[in-house]
Ligand binder design. Sequence first.
Ligand SMILES: Nc1ncnc2c1ncn2[C@@H]1O[C@H](COP(=O)(O)OP(=O)(O)OP(=O)(O)O)[C@@H](O)[C@H]1O
Length: 306
Amino acid sequence: MIEAKSLTREFGALRAVDELSFSVEPGTVLGFLGPNGAGKSTTMKMLTGFLAPTSGTASIMGHDIIEDGLAARREMGYLPEGAPLYGELNVARFLHFAAEARGFRGEEVRRRVHSAVDRLNLGEVMGQSIETLSKGFKRRVGLAQAILHDPPVLILDEPTDGLDPNQKHQVRRLIREMSSDKIIIVSTHILEEVDALCSRAMIIARGKLLADDTPTGLLKRSRYHNAVTLVLDELEAAASRLGELPESREVEVRRGRLTVFPSGKGKLFEAVTEVVREAGWDVDQIQLEPGRLDEVFRTVTGQEAA
Ligand SMILES: Nc1ncnc2c1ncn2[C@@H]1O[C@H](COP(=O)(O)OP(=O)(O)OP(=O)(O)O)[C@@H](O)[C@H]1O
């Protein structure tokens, strides 16, 4: 498992990561979620040994990142922010080099590279230098490098950044496939990624851990959790009629939509559909809301935008 204990990093007067403590078990895809500058990349750099903590430490599969850094790094694959190093190398050469640096030799190097190339669909760019690749291919080469040695821990800094929708889907599927027995930490500011990928999410802002929950648990914190939203022509009439229901606490009309919030008494969705049927309104859409992550994110981080 991974265990971080009061992990802290200062840059001069700035405390980029502030006493972060958490533990993660295998079988988890943990999302680091936070606004720009929250400290996500800095935390990942400390876990992977690229940056020394100012104080605190962490252990990776029992190896302390400070006392036993090399053993800790052997257990990890790391996709840093941006492009892989050595832009002048072609993809095949870079991946062979990375496999050799991981200690593989001969046929095993070819087997490892072939398997990673296959999983990330890199066949067509093997002879191309990394610096001439599109952003999406660069990310996927970086990801191939991170999974070459099939490590139990993967630390992936914005793995889907720069990918088109098809590639995003493919990379998320790969991460999910690998997740059953690994610890995978991904950083993102894409909220849909949390829902699509993560079994647990930590919201970080200004270096501090502000929430640590499952995606469903985060959605439950939303004021829209279990609210009912309707799109219909008779907005005003519906707002006043539905606002009187004992099952409703409040109604909100925004951008042509009417949302009814639950009072906690009885079943709101059933009560609303009953009134709609009786009144004979022409309803285009009706939805029981799971909750809205963007609103939870704004509330938790106290900021306006993700
Ligand atoms: N080497 C450095 N020197 C000085 N300040 C730094 C350094 N690296 C990071 N910082 C600062 O530390 C804070 C946290 O940065 P970090 O890159 O960890 O944030 P992040 O959550 O990954 O943001 P983003 O989502 O934009 O990648 C920021 O204010 C950043 O400017």
